[in-house]
Ligand binder design. Structure first.
Ligand SMILES: [Zn+2]
Length: 1250
């Protein structure tokens, strides 16, 4: 037939489509005959100037009909052919968007006005529609369609085509309209797009249609009732039972709900912004006194009471045009006939009627062609139901997986990505539906494809048309991405055999076997061993197996991906041995309190519990009034449980209790007198909600178990799901991506805090920071409290304290560190008593949360801290030597033979528990260092022993035996603890050199980013030059002449930076750094200019104008904004003058009082001024003044702006040179090569060395 029609002239053909206006363009492009148009695509048409999608569709559909293979019929099918459309039909300014024709525009969804939802663009109303503004008398009164009979000559269209898969339907009572008391019984249907209600279940046209996207919320309101709230109206429905009501609420909430899904689906299925209204306006419907607002959109006609309702998304009904027929009846009237009803419309004018008729005919033509593929594919019976959830008339398919599914499942298939599921529409993606592909789908069908894909679906995991989005996601991911339910091929796991089998099988017509082979790992692109037909596709072609070729081609690029998902599972054995969890059944009596929406902190007396018969079955936990009742008082689905916590005994009236947290933020408390009963229940319940991948957690004696979202080092973008169990002070975790479980020792955390307004729990371990997110409030609160408690000290023994990585109690570590820093030279350290109240307070702080205690010089006195340490050891349960062994330690002191004594001490040391041993070593090491400074602190071996003996042995001190042990431990420290003497010497050297300890600090190279981080130990003596040198040395950066590498102090908040002078000590700078500041080593680009300037200067001082601004004080005093001031900087002070005109420098400062004056040595000058202050130029300086007076420390900050960069550099250089002069200016760092080597401020050294 192709030859017959192919020779048709393009002008004739286009004219038959009523698109003759394009004939010239087609011919100009060399397409004079229909045969020359065969390969046209939508894109080509776009290029040819055929813009309107309706025109493109008409042309493409005609081409497809004309050239479709296998159609033995010569004559093209007779279809309603629309007449040319007139131009004014489209609203002005409404332009066609290229490519929009690829996707069917969604049904007309009005703009959303509800908060928290993305607004939808609302196209401007066409002019003609604006001319007809009608208002109905009563706004709240419903408009119903007039009663009508069946049309006399119903068109022969399959009437069984429903619009969209129904999620749920049933009888409900609808609240009466205003003024009436009687509920109206309505048949209610919910699909993905609409909630509709009807007079009865046979009715095709609804009384009311509410777009799900216009529903703001759905909620229970008691007495079996629920309300559906839209922006403008609230609909109340009543179900026959609470159970039925809950069912409606949950499916509605899901269909409406999940804003996340909305976002995901945007631009794919529910591309809301692409609305394409073909025609809209008021029409009169015969039998109804009022006019209706009619909207024609694609293959549907929607009826609204008025335009307002249209905007609100609340309509009366819609008419599917695939069953419609349009007939001209009168001057201004026309009939839209369907098998169920005749709609007789009347337009305002003749012309408008013409336009409506034409538009509707076009819509019918389109609707019919839309159903072409779907009708064929549905002719295989099982394709009439979604392969995943069973919804009717599914309109989507995965062309590589060979399954047909509904719109809601299609959303999840899309989520898998095209490498797993190639999703296409049966109605819109007409081009992909080749005859072979359609045949393939008819041959396999959902039933046969599911023999493979769904061979092992546990009933508890199966989907229903009403399943929620989350369940769909889980199921579809498991089914197609993980292949969890598939029927394993017997060759599974044996690649060679699978490939062989594939090559043999593609020669036959058994496509199902091919599908099974491919999705069990056979390689679609494997080598067949036959050079003539090297691939399975070529082989299938040579055997003329068209459907095999089709299937293989669709999976040419997906095969690899599917295998990628298969392989790791095989290797981990998780997959091979995976079995669906047996449906756990358990029942018995438990005592239950009413569920609550907040943590239970108070004790619940026995009277507050009620006895309930509880059953756990098939993923549902039901509780009943008694074991005689058949209707449960309540039900908890296992998949809704997010956490289970076992309370400590006797927390409540019943000795043993446990709590269950649901994802809807409810907390259920259950109890029993008998521990065994509770254990049994906990075991059964946890087994039913913990996934197989986290099953290991169940073997632990947990206090709390559940799921939480987390982020960690490699994954800070999107949170992942982890399963956690808390056991004592250890948090066991099964992370999403890693095999097996990991343990986090909470008492050893470096930091534990709650951030972002209590929504994130931050756990800092060495080498990892874990962020646990508060996805839900209730269980997160309880997890946070439990983790914080577990991370604190749990008792009075050493090992129950918060510990460092080295297993030393944090309190001991902090005190030792502090004394080493600040107290080694303090006279009588550890002998002097501190202030009792301060010691008690500090000890209490350490007991509460040692990790959070920061000891600071000036704030804490060394004698208080030293006494905290002593008191801690005196009080610690069992003592450091343990109560069992302390007598042996004491008796060792009496051993006379020295080597025997040391051996005995070593033996006892080896027998100590890990934490005690580590702590003892740290303490003795510390005391060893203390007595080495006896010259300063007067605490020699003996004095220390007298002090520490009774504390460590917890004795009264009358007997010196305890002291002797301590004395000997210190004296023989090296021998007993097997200490490396070289290291000990190094430690002593460091302490000696530092005088006050050291800091570890993060310094960046060139810029603040993780890859540029360096951790540097900062001894007290280290200068900026040494630090710079160290960083450059580590990074192997060679120094070049005129590279002025320098260490900067950067304050991010103030947007300022200050190059440290090369002789400046780093430690004090570090200690004063706020959290907004950091150190960075980088090149100082203006250094050379500054040096040149300084070299040219005769006088040390500088004066001139600058713009000045004060930091406004809390009282709001002081001047705001920048103002001109005159400044004089001398070797001692910086003065500010208000009067500029007086040439005061000639008169001398005495005659002219400055407005302000500051000593230079108290100033710190930073480059930059924060932008928030709107500096008038970008050459600003921020000056910080800190008074030296201890009793009344004072800090001020103000800002200076210069007119040019040069000026700013000069001021800065002058400040620096003056400040440097005031300090000891020796030029060389101790133990370092001469600093003239060029790595820092090379010339300065020369200039200022006196
Ligand atoms: Zn489905």
């Amino acid at each position: 037939m192709a030859t017959g029609t192919g020779s048709l002239a393009v002008s004739e053909w286009l004219s038959s489509l009523h698109l003759e206006q394009y004939a010239d363009t087609f011919q100009a492009q060399g397409r004079a005959l229909l045969s020359q148009c065969r390969d046209l695509t939508a894109w080509d048409l776009e290029q040819l100037g055929v813009g309107p999608p309706g025109h493109q569709r008409r042309i493409l559909a005609s081409l497809q009909r004309a050239f479709s293979e296998g159609s033995g019929d010569d004559a093209p099918e007779v279809r309603p052919v629309p007449r040319p459309r007139s131009k004014q039909r489209r609203p002005a300014g409404h332009s066609e968007v290229g490519g929009a024709s690829q996707d069917r525009p969604p049904p007309p969804i009005p703009p959303r006005v509800t908060l928290n939802r993305p607004p939808v663009r609302f196209p401007p109303m066409p002019m003609f529609a604006l001319l007809h503004v009608y208002r109905l008398e009563s706004f709240n009164q419903s408009v119903y369609l007039p009663v009508s009979s069946l049309p006399p000559n119903a068109p022969s269209v399959d009437p069984s085509l429903p619009p969209s898969p129904v999620i749920k339907m049933g009888w409900l009572d609808k609240n009466p309209p205003q003024g009436s008391m009687i509920y109206q019984r309505r048949w209610v249907k919910l699909d993905a797009d609409y909630l509709r209600y009807f007079d009865n279940e046979k009715e095709v046209y609804s009384k009311r249609i509410i777009s799900t996207s216009s529903i703001a919320s759905v909620s229970n309101i008691g007495e079996q009732k629920f309300e559906v709230v839209t922006h403008s109206r609230t609909f109340v429905f009543r179900a026959e039972s609470d159970l039925e009501r809950n069912g409606w609420v949950s499916v509605l909430q899901d269909a409406v709900g999940d804003p996340r899904c909305r976002r995901e689906s945007k631009g794919s299925l529910l591309s809301l912004s692409a609305t394409n209204h073909e025609m809209q306006g008021y029409l009169e419907l015969r039998g109804l006194r009022s006019k209706l607002y009619v909207v024609l959109c694609n293959d549907k006609v929607f009826l609204y009471k008025n335009q307002e309702d249209y905007k609100l998304g609340i309509g009366i009904t819609f008419i599917d045009m695939n069953v419609g027929n349009v007939k001209d009846t009168d001057r201004r009237s026309f009939d839209l006939t369907t098998p169920y009803r005749i709609f007789s419309f009347m337009a305002e004018t003749d012309q408008l009627k013409e336009q409506w008729v034409e538009a509707m005919r076009e819509s019918i033509a389109e609707a019919l062609s839309n159903y072409e593929v779907a009708t064929k594919i549905w002719s295989e019976e099982s394709n009439g139901f979604c392969a995943d959830c069973g919804a009717t008339k599914p309109e989507w398919a995965a062309i590589n997986l060979c399954v047909v599914f509904c719109k809601r499942c299609a959303g999840q298939h899309r989520g898998l990505g095209p490498s797993i599921s190639k999703v296409r529409s049966l109605k819109m993606d007409k081009k992909v539906w080749t005859e072979e592909l359609i045949q393939l789908f008819m041959l396999l069908g959902n039933a046969r494809a599911n023999l493979f894909w769904a061979a092992n679906v546990p009933p508890s995991e199966a989907l229903l048309p009403s399943s929620c989005t989350e369940d769909r996601r889980r199921f579809i991911t498991a089914k197609y991405r993980e292949g969890k339910y598939r029927r394993y091929h017997q060759l599974f796991g044996n690649q060679q055999e699978l490939d062989n089998a594939l090559c043999i099988n593609v020669q036959s017509n058994d496509v199902l076997e091919t599908l099974s082979l491919v999705f069990c790992g056979a390689d679609v692109n494997c080598y067949t061993g036959n050079p003539e037909y090297p691939t399975p596709i070529a082989l299938a072609q040579s055997f003329n197996q068209k459907l095999q070729v089709e299937f293989l081609s669709q999976n040419r690029n997906t095969g690899e991906c599917v295998r990628r998902f298969v392989v790791p599972y095989i290797s981990s054995c998780k997959f091979l041995h995976y079995m669906a969890p047996p449906s756990i059944t358990h029942n018995g009596f438990l005592f239950k309190t009413a569920s609550v929406g907040r943590p239970i902190t108070e004790r619940k007396a026995k009277e507050e519990f009620s006895r309930r018969w509880c059953t756990l079955n098939d993923g549902h936990f039901n509780y009943y009034e008694s074991d005689k009742n058949s209707t449960p008082n309540g039900v908890l689905k296992m998949k809704e449980i997010v956490c289970l916590a076992v309370n400590p005994p006797e927390k409540h009236g019943y000795n043993h209790t446990f709590e269950i947290y649901s994802d809807s933020e409810r907390l259920y408390l259950f109890g029993a007198d008998n521990l065994e009963t509770v254990k049994e229940w906990v075991k059964s319940i946890t087994k039913s909600f913990i996934p197989a991948s986290a099953e290991d957690l169940l073997n632990r004696d947990f206090e709390r178990i559940g799921k939480l979202r987390y982020k960690d080092g490699l994954n800070l973008q999107s949170p992942k799901l982890g399963w956690f169990a808390l056991v004592g002070s250890t948090l066991h975790a099964c992370f999403e991506d890693s095999e097996g479980e990991e343990a986090i020792h909470l008492r050893k955390l470096q930091e534990l805090s709650i951030q972002q307004e209590n929504e994130v729990l931050v756990l800092v371990e060495r080498g990892r920071t874990l962020y646990i997110e508060g996805e839900r409030k209730l269980d997160f609160l309880s997890w946070s409290a439990a983790i914080q408690q577990a991370a604190g000290s749990s008792g009075d023994t050493l090992s129950q304290q918060q510990l460092t990585e080295a297993d030393i109690p944090v309190i001991v570590d902090r005190c030792i560190h502090y004394i080493t820093q600040c107290g080694l030279t303090s006279e009588g350290i550890y002998r002097k008593s501190g202030v009792n109240s301060k010691i008690a307070a500090l000890l209490e702080m350490f007991r509460r949360d040692a990790r959070s205690v920061r000891l600071k010089e000036g704030e804490h006195q060394v004698d208080d801290v030293s006494n905290v340490l002593k008191r801690f050891f005196r009080d610690v349960e069992g003592g450091i030597f343990t109560s069992q062994a302390s007598q042996q330690w004491l008796s060792t002191a009496a051993v006379t033979d020295e080597s025997a004594k040391i051996a005995q001490y070593q033996f006892l040391l080896g027998s100590l528990p890990r934490v005690n041993k580590a702590t003892l070593q740290a303490l003795v090491n510390h005391l060893y260092c203390v007595q080495r400074f006896a010259d300063h602190n007067q605490m020699n071996l003996h004095n220390l022993a007298i002090v520490f003996g009774p504390s460590l042995f917890q004795t009264d001190g009358k007997d010196y035996n305890a002291g002797r042990v301590v004395e000997e431990l210190i004296e023989h420290y090296v021998a007993i603890f097997n200490v490396n003497e070289q290291q000990l010497q190094k430690q002593l050297d460091e302490i000696t050199a530092l005088g006050s300890g050291d800091f570890i600090c993060t310094v960046y190279l060139e810029e603040k980013k993780q890859s540029a981080e360096q951790s540097v130990k900062i001894p007290a003596t280290m200068t900026a030059a040494e630090l710079t040198f160290e960083i450059l040395d580590r990074r192997k950066i060679s120094l070049r002449e005129k590279d002025y590498w320098c260490c900067f102090e950067v304050n991010e908040k103030e947007e300022t930076e200050r190059p440290l002078h090369y002789q400046e000590k780093v430690l004090p700078v570090l200690q004063s750094l706020g959290t907004d500041s950091y150190l960075v080593v980088k090149k100082h680009f203006s250094m050379e200019a500054m040096l040149v300037y300084l070299a040219s200067k005769v006088d040390v001082s500088k004066h001139g104008m600058m713009k000045f601004r004060e930091e406004r004080s809390l009282l709001g005093l002081g001047i705001s904004g920048f103002h001109d001031r005159y400044f004089i900087l001398t070797s001692t002070s910086l003065r500010l003058y208000k009067e500029v005109r007086v040439r005061f420098w000639e008169l001398g400062p005495k005659t002219n009082r400055p407005e302000k004056e500051w000593p230079v040595k108290c100033l710190k000058v930073y480059q930059g001024v924060k932008k928030k202050l709107r500096p008038p130029t970008c050459w600003g300086l921020t000056v910080v003044y800190e008074s030296e007076r201890q009793e009344k420390p004072e800090k001020q900050q103000w800002y200076l702006c210069c007119d040019t960069q040069t000026e700013m550099r000069e001021w800065f250089a002058t400040f620096m040179s003056i400040q440097v002069r005031g300090h000891a200016w020796g030029g060389r760092a101790r133990g370092r090569p001469c600093s003239i080597c060029g790595y820092l401020f090379p010339h300065w050294t020369n200039m200022y060395v006196n």
